[in-house]
Design a protein around this ligand. Structure first.
Ligand code: SF4
Length: 244
C-alpha cells in the first residue's frame, strides 16, 4: 500500500502507540497462548462461515457441518442442499455452501486428498497468491488461516478489530477492514499478532463494546483518539456517534 508523506510521518508514532496498547492489554488480560494442533482446513472453513454473521451463529454452522459430515471427503460428496441445511444458522447458506464445495474440489484436484498441509511449506506471500485468489477467501479469512491455522505473524481485522482500531486511532476512519490488513502489517509489533488480536477481541467484549463502550472505566482511554477528541469537544461520544 502506498502511503502519503503525512501518513509516513505518522507511521512511527502509530507503531509506538500500537506497541503501548499491546503492552497495556497484556498487562490487563495476560498473554494469550496459541492452541496447537488446529487443522488449517478447519480454520479456513470456520472463518469462511464467520462471514456476515456473529461468533455464536458461526459456531452453530461449523458444529452443524462437522456433526453431519465427520470428514471433509463427506462434504465434498454431499448434495448441496445437505450442506446448506447444516450451515443454515450462519446465514448466506447457499453462497457459503457453494464456496466450501468449490474450495474442497480445488484442493482435491490439486493434491489428490483433502488437506491443506501443502501450504505449510509456502511463505505467506505464496499462500496469499495460491489460496488467497479463491472465491470467498478475502483478507480476513486469509489472515485467520495464517495466524490460527499456521501460527504465522499475521493480524486479521474483523468487524470488532476494525471498530476498536478506528476508535483508538490506529486504523484511519476512512479505511475499510479489508484495506486495513495491508496498512497494519508493518505497524503490529513483531510476534505479537496473536496476543494483540485476541486481547482486542476480549477488550471489545468487555470494555469497548459496540453499543455501550465503558469509556469512563476504560484502561486505554489515555491512548484513545476518539476519547481525546470527545474531551477536547471536537467529537461526539462513541455512543452518540453510533446513534447519528
Ligand atoms: S475510551 Fe471508550 S471508545 Fe476509547 S477505547 Fe476506551 S471504551 Fe473504546
Amino acid at each position: 500500500m502506498r502511503r502519503s508523506r503525512e501518513q509516513w510521518q505518522g507511521h512511527e508514532q502509530r507503531k509506538s502507540e500500537l506497541r503501548n496498547i499491546t503492552l497495556l492489554l497484556e498487562k490487563k488480560f495476560g498473554i494469550p497462548r496459541r492452541k496447537f494442533g488446529e487443522d488449517p482446513l478447519d480454520i479456513l472453513m470456520e472463518t469462511l462461515l464467520s462471514q456476515n454473521t456473529n461468533d455464536r451463529n458461526r459456531d452453530k454452522a461449523f458444529q452443524g457441518l462437522k456433526k453431519r459430515f465427520p470428514n471433509w471427503e463427506d462434504v465434498l460428496k454431499a448434495k448441496s442442499r445437505r450442506i446448506v441445511s447444516a450451515i443454515r444458522p450462519g446465514g448466506l447458506a447457499e453462497q457459503k455452501a457453494g464456496r466450501i464445495h468449490k474450495i474442497l474440489y480445488w484442493i482435491k484436484r490439486r493434491e489428490g486428498r483433502l488437506s491443506l498441509s501443502f501450504i505449510r511449506k509456502m511463505n505467506s506471500k505464496e499462500i496469499r497468491e495460491t489460496v488467497g485468489i479463491l472465491k470467498g477467501i478475502g483478507p480476513k479469512t486469509l489472515h485467520c488461516l495464517l495466524l490460527f491455522g499456521l501460527g504465522r505473524d499475521a493480524f486479521p481485522v474483523d468487524t470488532h478489530i476494525h471498530r476498536i482500531g478506528q476508535r483508538l486511532g490506529f486504523i484511519p476512519e476512512w479505511m475499510s477492514a479489508d484495506k486495513a490488513h495491508e496498512w497494519l502489517a508493518p505497524l503490529i509489533p513483531k510476534r505479537k499478532s496473536l496476543s494483540l488480536h485476541l486481547n482486542l477481541i476480549r477488550f471489545g467484549r468487555e470494555v469497548c463494546k459496540v453499543k455501550n463502550p465503558q469509556c469512563s472505566a476504560c484502561f486505554l482511554k489515555e491512548e484513545c483518539a476518539l476519547f481525546q477528541r470527545v474531551l477536547s469537544g471536537t467529537s461526539l461520544s462513541p455512543e452518540k456517534l453510533r446513534r447519528n
